[in-house]
Ligand binder design. Structure first.
Ligand code: GLN
Length: 199
C-alpha cells in the first residue's frame, strides 16, 4: 500500500512519519507524476491559500480533483480540510472542492487560536482522541451524504467522512495517537479490496 502526502507546504513530514509508524509506504507529492500508483493521498495542514496557489502552479489541482472524483481515498487535516471542502465563506482561492461541506477558516478567533481538547469519536472506539487545533477551521454545513465523526462540546463539527474522503479540523499528525490515520488506512484497504481506487 502506498500513500502520498501532498508536500507543497505545511505539516507533511509529520503525516509521513505517522504513516511509516503504521508500516505503510508514504511518499511526498510535489509533482503530478508522483501521484501515480497511489492508494491514498493526505492533504496536510498549513496555509490553505499558499497550498492552493502551489497546487495550481505545479499542475496538481485538476489532477488531485480528478483522482478524488475517481474514488482515491483522501485525508485532509486543517488546511487540508479547507481544500477538500466545496464551500468556504471567506476565501477567494481555488479549492479541490470535492466534499459536500461548508467550512469557515480561522473559526475560533484570536482567543482560541490554538487549543487542545479531548474529542469523542465513536468510529475510533471509546477512548477520546486528542484534538490539537491550530488556527483551525470548523464545519458550518454538511450535506446528508456526510457523516460528522466528531463534534466539540458546543456541537461544532470538527471531523467528517464522505465516502472515501476524510477531513479533520484538528491535526491528528501532531499526536502520538495513531487511530485517526489507522481509520483512514482502513478506508484505503476496504477500497483496495473492492478494486475501486486504481489510479
Ligand atoms: N488557518 C489556516 C488556513 O486557513 C489553517 C491552519 C492549519 O492548517 N493549521 O489555511
Amino acid at each position: 500500500m502506498r500513500i502520498g502526502v501532498l508536500a507543497s507546504q505545511g505539516a507533511f513530514a509529520e503525516h509521513i512519519d505517522i504513516l511509516r509508524q503504521l508500516e505503510v509506504e508514504a511518499s511526498p507529492v510535489r509533482l503530478p507524476q508522483e501521484l501515480r500508483g497511489l492508494d491514498g493521498l493526505v492533504i496536510p495542514g498549513g496555509e490553505s491559500t499558499s497550498i492552493s496557489k502551489l497546487m495550481l502552479s505545479y499542475n496538481l489541482m485538476d489532477e488531485i480533483r480528478n483522482l478524488a472524483k475517481n474514488g482515491l481515498p483522501m485525508l485532509g487535516s486543517c488546511a487540508g480540510m479547507i481544500l477538500l471542502a466545496s464551500k468556504i465563506s471567506d476565501l477567494d482561492v481555488e479549492l479541490i472542492g470535492v466534499m459536500d461541506i461548508a467550512v469557515r477558516r480561522n473559526a475560533f478567533g484570536r482567543q482560541r487560536e490554538s487549543f487542545e481538547t479531548e474529542l469523542s469519536m465513536p468510529v475510533l472506539g471509546e477512548k477520546p482522541f486528542p484534538g490539537i487545533f491550530i488556527r483551525a477551521p470548523m464545519i458550518e454545513q454538511a450535506s446528508s451524504e456526510v457523516e460528522i465523526l466528531a463534534r466539540l462540546a458546543d456541537g461544532t463539527g470538527v471531523a467528517a467522512r464522505e465516502g472515501k474522503l476524510l477531513a479533520s479540523a484538528f491535526h491528528p499528525e501532531l499526536t502520538s495517537d495513531l487511530r485517526f490515520h489507522q481509520y483512514f488506512l482502513d478506508i484505503v484497504v476496504e477500497c483496495r479490496k473492492s478494486g475501486l481506487n486504481k489510479v
